[in-house]
Design a protein around this ligand. Structure first.
Ligand code: SAM
Length: 287
């Protein structure tokens, strides 16, 4: 039997049977707008031979759309109370598998090896629990795992930061990480009323497409990202003061490095481009 999981009455009955109550702490806001998940999937680039890793299936509203499109969908759900619900809603979809696991504690490399065919393209698609947006995206990008693309629903403000251009007011340290590994774009906005219960904030769906090569040449990526994090570490300070404090170096040394990167001593982290960060990192760490 197929369930219309965007029908409030169907959802209410399914959840009531399990005595389920929504957990705010786990970011449980389920999509009940019927247009959102089909659109996410159709704009994800996922094809019928591809695998998908989903984070947080909830009752399976996105999972079922993914299952109709992809070859295989593996979903990680931390809340064990949802497993009996998912067993029902995904019963028809033989190409889905739900693991009761916390994405932050899962060895994703091992998961890819054991749950997908060798060489199969695997995408990440999720309506993320917003309390772990940044650690999840950072973990995925820094894992070095060959995901083919990421289509993620996040808080609108986070979407704007993740997809910002470096050197503009909206960017942060995570922007540099995203820009280094992927081409990022906002696909569409999602209103609060599209969820049950509605969250306090607006949302947006973003797509991150891995780059074949980073947009700047960086000889030591770890030091590049250390420089970026240090510069953004104290947002109200100038980059010189933030670098000096975060890296434990003199202000004079920080100013000299900024100068070598072609930046003024009054520059702020959000004014620095990827290229300038690469030069700054080289000046600070000598590579
Ligand atoms: N995909 C569903 C939808 O679109 O309606 C639910 C999305 S809801 C915003 C986030 C889901 O992530 C919830 O089901 C929640 O239980 C789950 N979740 C929260 N923290 C998690 C974690 N650390 N690992 C895996 N799943 C998690």
């Amino acid at each position: 039997m197929q369930y219309d999981l965007t029908d409030m009455e169907v959802l209410r009955r399914l959840l009531a049977r399990q005595g389920f109550t929504f957990s705010k702490a786990l970011g449980q806001n389920f999509i009940t707008d019927p247009t959102v998940c089909p659109r996410m999937v159709s704009e994800s680039g996922i094809g019928d031979t591809d695998g998908v890793l989903e984070i947080g299936p909830g009752v399976g509203v996105l999972t079922t759309e993914l299952a109709k499109r992809a070859n295989k969908v593996v979903s990680l759900e931390v809340d064990a109370r949802l497993l009996p619900v998912l067993a029902k809603t995904l019963d028809e979809f033989r190409n889905t598998e739900v693991l009761n696991a916390d994405v932050m504690k899962t060895d994703l490399g091992a998961l890819l090896r054991t749950h997908f065919a060798p060489g199969q393209r695997v995408f990440v698609c999720a309506n993320l629990p917003y309390y772990i947006t940044s650690p999840v995206i950072t973990g995925l990008l820094e894992s070095g795992l060959p995901f083919a693309g990421y289509t993620l629903m996040v808080q609108k403000e986070a979407a704007e930061r993740l997809c910002a251009k470096m050197g503009t007011r909206q960017c942060g340290a995570v922007t540099a990480l995203v820009d280094y590994y992927t081409e990022a774009e906002i696909l569409f906005d999602v209103k609060k009323e599209s969820f049950t219960p509605p969250p306090k904030v607006e949302s947006a769906v973003i797509r991150l497409t891995p780059r074949p090569a980073p947009p700047v040449e960086v000889s030591a990526p770890q030091q590049f990202f250390k420089t970026v994090r240090a510069a953004f570490g104290h947002r109200r300070k100038t980059a010189a003061n933030a670098l000096s404090q975060s890296l434990g170096i003199s202000r004079e040394k920080a100013i000299e490095a900024l100068r070598q990167a072609g930046l003024a001593e009054t520059a702020r982290a959000e004014e620095i481009t990827m290229k300038q960060f690469a030069a700054l990192s080289a000046a600070l760490f000598g590579n």
